[in-house]
Design a protein around this ligand. Structure first.
Ligand code: FMN
Length: 218
């Protein structure tokens, strides 16, 4: 039996990302958990920001930010950037993180994050406590070491983490992949010689490598 609790922002798990903004000369960053993918084509993300944040006018006025995927290695810095404000001092010095030039925007990316999405704001929707920034991803940069020998982005090797109900969690084992529930079982490596009647199985069509094109289902 389930127990009723008051409606709230409980959706879990969600990413906790580092959003960098401002310029290389005057950068700032903040931690954002209310972030998500909202469109495949054009590729778009949303972030929700309280107007009282120091970063809010920086992003609103420049119309740009970079959404960076942090790793477990820097989770302490991620938390720190979510409890200290740029109003009170230089969060880069405080956290030991470094800004780096980003592709396609003047806002900086984060050197310590293996994947960075350069974003341009397309719409701002006031919702209540937070304003929703809808932004187009104009460039993505990913650490060279994350690509396998076939050129696939092996994001599972990045050490990403999730945020659920106020706590940070590293990701566990892979338990499936998109569409695996309906996919035929893979053929055995060395099929047994059949008695003769059964037709040879059709060769399976190779799956498209979507990560190369930067688009992901759904
Ligand atoms: C895990 C975590 C998630 C957060 N998510 C959001 C968020 O989605 N939106 C927001 O406005 N603030 C969020 N915050 C709070 C801001 O990151 C925090 O107020 C920060 O100090 C703002 O920095 P700034 O004043 O330099 O912009 C989050 C904080 C943490 C620790």
């Amino acid at each position: 039996m389930k127990k009723a609790i008051s409606p709230g922002a409980l959706l879990s798990p969600v990413p906790a990302v580092l959003v960098s903004c401002g310029t290389m000369e005057r950068p700032n960053l903040l931690t954002i958990a209310w972030a998500g993918t909202v469109c495949t084509r054009p590729p778009m993300v949303s972030i929700s920001i309280r107007p009282e944040r120091y970063s809010y006018p920086l992003i609103k006025e420049s119309g740009e930010f970079v959404l960076n995927l942090p790793t477990t290695r820097i989770v302490r810095a991620v938390d720190l950037c979510g409890v200290k404000s740029g109003k009170d001092g230089d969060k880069f010095a405080l956290s030991g993180l470094h800004p780096a030039p980003a592709a396609g925007v003047s806002a900086p990316a984060m050197e310590e994050c293996p994947v960075s999405f350069s974003c341009k704001v397309r719409q701002i929707i006031p919702l209540g406590s937070h304003d929703l920034f809808l932004a187009e991803i104009v460039a993505i940069e990913a650490e060279e070491g994350l690509f396998d020998e076939k050129g696939r982005l092996a994001l599972e090797k990045a050490g990403l983490f999730a945020y659920a109900h106020g706590e940070y969690f590293s990701l566990g084992d892979k338990i499936g992949s998109f569409g695996f529930s309906v996919r035929k079982k893979p053929l055995p490596k060395s099929p047994k010689k059949s008695a003769g009647r059964a037709p040879a199985p059709k060769p399976r069509r190779p799956r498209k490598n979507t990560s190369k094109k930067g688009s992901h289902r759904p």
